[in-house]
Design a protein. Structure first.
Length: 538
């Protein structure tokens, strides 16, 4: 009997039975069925299938595309699995526009046995022809994937369009941005695919031209309203610049297209929470929880926000239940970084619950210990915002000085500009004694940056570099670290002192998240021998 396995996901029993019978007639040994997206998700999480036939519409907000996106994000659909989306003719044009994760093929109902057999055979042939590329990508061997793609292009493969797309995106993953951009442009000379336009925008981001990338992505949305990857990329750009209100607007537009996307519902809820819009945050996160197979399928931050919403609503029993789920998720997490952050979210949740139960001493101890991790790479901006939210709940006049001491290094690290300052201040805006700490931190960072900039204008590179390196490495502030790396690289060029080269490399390494464009540019500068630049000043 064939070892090939298949999953049929469709809400209509007659369709499930029909497709199952057709697949079994192809000598497929195992054919499982699912009547809902949730059931299909459980099947895919528990088993690996060679073929998936999935209806787009299930009569609920969750769609077949939501399932496809979720499973690929969880790496539960390997490249060898054939995923065919099935839909009615009336909705075909709308379905194929949602290209967040592209299926191997689309089919219209009613499905005929001969047509299905032909489609599956063609999918398998394409997968077989590109198996070397997929194997290399699965092992993150991007150089190997590119080599195989280039070989297939030279042989004028019948799957040229698929191979070219892989090659262009692989060049991007290899950080060969100029070559990737050139390939995207060549594609756009003969065709007009949205993915190539987005590829150019992503290259622009990596090369530091965020304004051009933003404009290109807005134009892409106007032209391809339902092309979801551009919404994701533009949202990511806004979040990286702490432009949360704009990120929320784009995310909400994407949610309207895929109202059952757990990932987007969580992101919308978290952005609302960070902006202080608690009612909307509750709505989005509750919807995400409803679609998830189990609460632990949500990420740590969503679970924490849901728990906080219950705490603020006085529903302590529900909050305690969510706390248990955060702990259970952390205990089962084998991802070191996520597990570390999960542990901190457990602590934050426990502190918030302790405050709600009027046990401030327990909360004080937890928050004091958490503050000691301010300099850990995993302690990110989002965690800082959530930390401040609990600080606000814990606040009392008699411990204000202690709270100020704990949040000062956090504020100094993340005070990178106006948007960041507004977000950091929002959770504690009504607590003037600690809100002032955040404002002072922002002013200090701005003052150091401005004074160093004036020193650079005055050609006092040594003093500027020394000041920025000292403050940047002390605060771990990305704005200062970037300026310090630039100044130190300039110092290496003009002063011919290897100490400044070391300073530049140290500052680049300390930036979290890293700035790939800055890193690439400055490492080119640092690789140039000082004598090639010119003589040092006398």
């Amino acid at each position: 009997m064939s070892t090939t396995s298949a999953l049929v996901a469709d809400p209509t029993s007659t369709v499930r039975l029909s497709l199952r019978a057709i697949l079994q007639s192809f000598d497929i040994g195992r054919v499982d069925t699912a009547s809902t997206v949730s059931e299909a998700r459980r099947r895919l999480l528990d088993s690996r299938y060679d073929i998936v036939l999935c209806e787009y519409h299930f009569g609920t907000e969750e769609t077949g595309h939501d399932l496809l996106e979720d499973m690929r994000a969880k790496h539960k659909l390997p490249p060898t699995t054939i995923f065919i989306m099935v839909t009615s003719e009336a909705s075909y044009s709308r379905v194929i526009g949602v290209a967040e994760e592209t299926p191997d093929d689309y089919m219209l109902k009613p499905v005929q046995a001969g047509d299905l057999a032909d489609r599956i055979e063609k999918c398998f042939q394409r997968r077989q022809a590109m198996s070397d590329i997929y194997d290399a990508l699965a092992h993150q061997d991007y150089a190997g994937a590119l080599k195989n793609a280039q070989r297939m292009m030279a042989q004028k493969t019948p799957y040229l369009a698929d191979v070219v797309r892989v090659a262009a995106n692989t060049l991007y993953k290899l950080k060969r941005y100029d070559e990737a951009a050139a390939m995207f442009k060549r594609i756009l000379e003969t065709r007009n695919p949205a993915w190539a336009k987005l590829g150019l925008a992503k290259v622009a981001i990596k090369q530091g031209d965020k304004a051009a990338a933003e404009a290109a992505m807005k134009d892409l949305i106007a032209q391809h309203l339902r092309y979801l990857p551009v919404y994701n990329q533009l949202t990511e750009l806004y979040i990286s610049d702490e432009r949360y209100a704009e990120a929320l607007d784009i995310t909400e537009q994407a949610v309207k297209i895929t109202p059952g996307s757990i990932k987007r519902l969580q992101l919308a809820g978290q952005l609302c929470y960070s902006l202080g819009e608690m009612e909307r945050a509750s709505d989005y996160l509750t919807r995400a929880a409803r679609f998830a197979s189990k609460a632990s399928d949500l990420d740590y931050r969503s679970l924490f926000h849901l728990m906080q919403i219950q705490v603020e609503g006085g529903k302590l029993a529900d909050a305690a239940s969510l706390l248990k789920q955060v702990r259970a998720k952390r205990d089962g997490d084998d991802d070191t970084d996520q597990g570390q952050r999960g542990g901190w979210y457990c602590d934050l949740a426990l502190a918030a619950e302790s405050v709600a139960r009027r046990e401030p001493l327990a909360a004080i101890d937890i928050m004091r210990k958490l503050a000691a991790h301010w300099d850990a790479p995993e302690f990110n901006f989002e965690l800082a915002l959530d930390y401040l939210k609990v600080i606000n709940q814990l606040y009392a006049e008699d411990i204000a000085s202690n709270l100020a001491q704990w949040i000062r290094p956090i504020a100094l690290r993340f005070a990178t500009g106006r948007h960041a300052h507004e977000l950091l201040t929002q959770p504690i805006a009504q607590r003037s004694k600690i809100a002032e700490v955040v404002t002072q931190a922002n002013e200090h960072i701005a003052q150091v940056a401005n004074e160093a900039a004036q020193l650079m204008v005055d050609q006092n590179v040594e003093a500027a570099a020394d000041r920025l390196v000292a403050e940047g490495t002390k605060t771990l502030n990305n704005r200062l670290l970037a300026a310090a790396a630039n100044a130190a690289a300039k110092g290496f060029q003009t002063l011919h002192d290897d100490m400044y080269k070391q300073h530049a490399e140290t500052c680049l390494a300390m930036m979290t998240p890293p700035d790939e464009n800055l890193m690439q540019r400055l490492r080119t500068v640092l690789a140039t021998p000082p004598e090639a630049v010119g003589s040092p000043p006398s």
